[in-house]
Design a protein around this ligand. Structure first.
Ligand SMILES: Nc1ncnc2c1ncn2[C@@H]1O[C@H](COP(=O)(O)OP(=O)(O)OP(=O)(O)O)[C@@H](O)[C@H]1O
Ligand SMILES: [Mg+2]
Length: 310
């Protein structure tokens, strides 16, 4: 990883000491750090939009130009909002935000450190064969329990994709990166300016008048499961409006996965939001169940991640 623009190892920040940067995204830098009081490792996410801000020698983060200043301030406010929402959303499958604070002209979010890797890394390792149905049915029904809590609390995630799903030992999934979290009561219309990930974002997220709802996150869930089979993101939903057809998962993967699972993927990925499952519960009901994973998820996953399809 390129360490340019990152805070250096050993720097004190509030009650934490930076150990190393672990990831650099378009809007933030994620660090591994240690809490000086508890001695526990934590993850600190710093608001640092790379096209709008730079770091000064004293670590202060400042807009790169006067024209970018307003964007930076708005983004910083939304980041602060993301952190405060997350401190209220408590669930074993939602990343645990334990603190957030302002420093260096920006905002920091402190999360419990979780061992594991994101789902994108698992997909890359299995790019030729696809992840097994058992792996998928170990991870997704549990992940959907967390998503249900987000929806029940009146929020939408709006950026579900493999890179934002962290898989802990034993296959226990964790939904992370709430940078696009959206409060449903404020507006059912999608807000322009939010970040969309090609392949995972349905058409209503690209339209100014797009009507977002739980069905929007469920399209992304379907696209994420499909990429576990296919090894790459599905085509951009905007291209599907034209002549670019997405061949049904039901047809494409019928040799290797159950019809129930494939039908669920195609259902989530319907272009028309009204044809998709409208709630997490509707989808969960149609997903095949793995009885074994209920009792011993860790042992199953150890076997599954090392095995081929089904
Ligand atoms: N609590 C955590 N424990 C361990 N690793 C984490 C944790 N949170 C995030 N990570 C790791 O850091 C990576 C980046 O995190 P995240 O998705 O939140 O930020 P990002 O995508 O870099 O941000 P953005 O795109 O908004 O700038 C994740 O894919 C994951 O591997
Ligand atoms: Mg991310």
């Amino acid at each position: 990883m390129n360490f340019e623009n990152c805070i250096s190892t050993g720097t004190k920040l509030d009650r934490y000491v930076i150990l190393k940067p672990v990831s650099k995204g378009g809007f933030s830098i994620v660090y591994l750090a240690v809490d000086q009081q508890t001695k526990e490792r934590v993850i600190i996410k710093e608001f640092m939009p790379k096209n709008q801000a730079k770091r000064l020698r004293n670590n202060t983060v400042t807009p790169i130009s006067a024209t970018k200043a307003r964007l930076f301030q708005k983004g910083r406010m939304l980041f602060f909002q993301e952190a405060s929402i997350l401190t209220t959303l408590k669930h074993p499958n939602i990343v645990n935000v334990i603190n957030f604070f302002r420093a260096n002209g920006t905002v920091y979010m402190v999360m419990e450190f979780e061992a594991g890797d994101n789902l994108q890394c698992y997909i890359k390792k299995k790019i030729k064969n696809g992840l097994s149905e058992r792996f998928i049915l170990t991870v997704f029904p549990t992940l959907l329990e967390g998503l249900q809590v987000i929806h029940d609390s009146g929020y939408l995630h709006l950026d579900i994709k493999p890179g934002n799903i962290h898989i802990r030992p034993g296959g226990r999934p964790l939904l992370i990166d709430f940078g696009s979290v959206h409060r449903r009561e404020l507006s059912r219309l999608h807000q322009p300016g939010q970040v969309m990930t090609t392949g995972y974002a349905p058409i209503e997220q690209f339209k100014r008048t797009g009507y977002v709802g739980p069905w929007t996150d469920l399209y992304a869930i379907g696209a994420t499961i499909r990429s576990c089979l296919e090894g790459r993101p599905p085509i951009d939903s905007r291209l599907r409006l034209d002549k670019h057809q997405l061949v049904d998962a039901k047809t494409l993967f019928k040799k290797h996965y159950s019809q129930e699972l494939l039908k669920a993927i195609d259902w989530c990925m319907e272009m028309d939001p009204e044809l998709r499952p409208q709630t997490v519960a509707e989808l969960t009901e149609k997903l095949p169940l793995l009885e074994e994973t209920k009792s011993k998820p860790s042992q199953w996953l150890l076997r599954l991640t090392g095995s081929s399809r089904r």
